[in-house]
Design a protein around this ligand. Structure first.
Ligand SMILES: Nc1nc2c(ncn2[C@@H]2O[C@H](COP(=O)(O)OP(=O)(O)OP(=O)(O)O)[C@@H](O)[C@H]2O)c(=O)[nH]1
Ligand SMILES: [Mg+2]
Length: 268
């Protein structure tokens, strides 16, 4: 979603997150807030499978590709249908020459991020992350998106009307507290998670975290403060960070996280 920010160029906000985390509700809440500020956003819907959007979209992937038709035509299931719809949609972007199968997310992200100051907003369901292993799985997913997109990153801890996000912030700031929570778990995954939390320390330290209730519309002021900081980060040559320029290291990290996520998924 692109929203007009304070700077001259509009700010592009890419909203991602696990299924049911509240992405649609958050975008709806953000759009309503911006309309209220007389700063209407330019909204792009990239979910080909969504039934009804609770907000008007300036561009809607569903106008270009019919998800159900794609599933039928290519003999695909729901997930394959979504990925293929995105790939078909990505062919509409100029960067078609770098198009490779399943690379649509990267193409769309790069097309936007090379034109506008862009920030990734990772929406997390706080109420479903109270188990330390589930929390870690969520953070690993976020971390892998960060490495993939190489963009400034904000974690929106959503659904704070159900549970306050302070427990999660504490886990990120205080290693001991997270270890204590993990001590309740005995599976081998918890040992793995224990080691991983040390590794993720570096990732946590650079993260911007905001507690939000997309349903109530609370936490938005803090969100916009973090968004301005993220835009500053983008403008101060986010791309030049040594780590992000090391392609080999990047794909190694990416692969490592993907394997680990599979492992966590299969054992939870
Ligand atoms: N209590 C509470 N519920 C929320 C909040 N945000 C979203 N929900 C609920 O969570 C469910 C999923 O929200 P969506 O916005 O559809 O989530 P999504 O990430 O777009 O889901 P998918 O597109 O299916 O991946 C819905 O029932 C929402 O009403 C929130 O801040 N608080
Ligand atoms: Mg949705």
């Amino acid at each position: 979603m692109a929203a007009a920010g304070e700077s001259a160029a509009p700010v592009c906000v890419l909203v991602l997150g696990m299924a049911g985390s509240g992405k649609t509700t958050f975008v709806q809440c953000l759009a309503a807030h911006l309309h209220g500020q007389r700063c209407p956003p330019y909204v792009i819907n990239l979910d080909p499978a969504v039934h009804e959007l609770p907000f008007p979209a300036n561009i809607d992937i569903r106008d270009t590709v019919k998800y159900k038709e794609v599933m039928k035509q290519y003999g695909l299931g729901p997930n394959g249908g979504i990925v293929t719809s995105l790939n078909l949609f990505a062919t509409r972007f100029d960067q078609i020459e770098v198009f490779t199968w399943s690379a649509s997310g990267t193409i769309i992200t790069e097309a936007l991020a090379s034109s506008f100051p862009s920030v990734v907003v990772y929406v997390m369901d706080t109420s479903r992350s109270t188990n330390p292993i589930t929390f870690m799985s969520n953070m690993l997913y976020a971390c892998s998106i960060l490495y993939k997109t190489k963009l400034p990153f904000i974690v929106v801890m959503n659904k704070t009307d159900i549970i306050d996000h302070s427990f999660a912030v504490e886990w990120m700031q205080d290693f001991e507290t997270f270890q204590d929570a993990l001590n309740q778990e005995t599976s081998y995954v918890s040992n793995l998670t224990r080691s991983m939390s040390l590794v993720l320390d570096e990732f946590y330290s650079s993260l911007k975290v905001v507690g939000v209730s997309a349903v109530l519309g609370t936490g938005l002021d803090d969100f916009f403060v973090q968004l301005s900081k993220a835009v500053e980060e983008y403008e101060s040559q986010f791309f030049d960070l040594v780590l992000y320029n090391d392609q080999a290291l990047n794909s190694e990290i990416q692969e490592f996280f993907e394997n680990l996520m599979d492992l966590l998924d299969s054992s939870s």
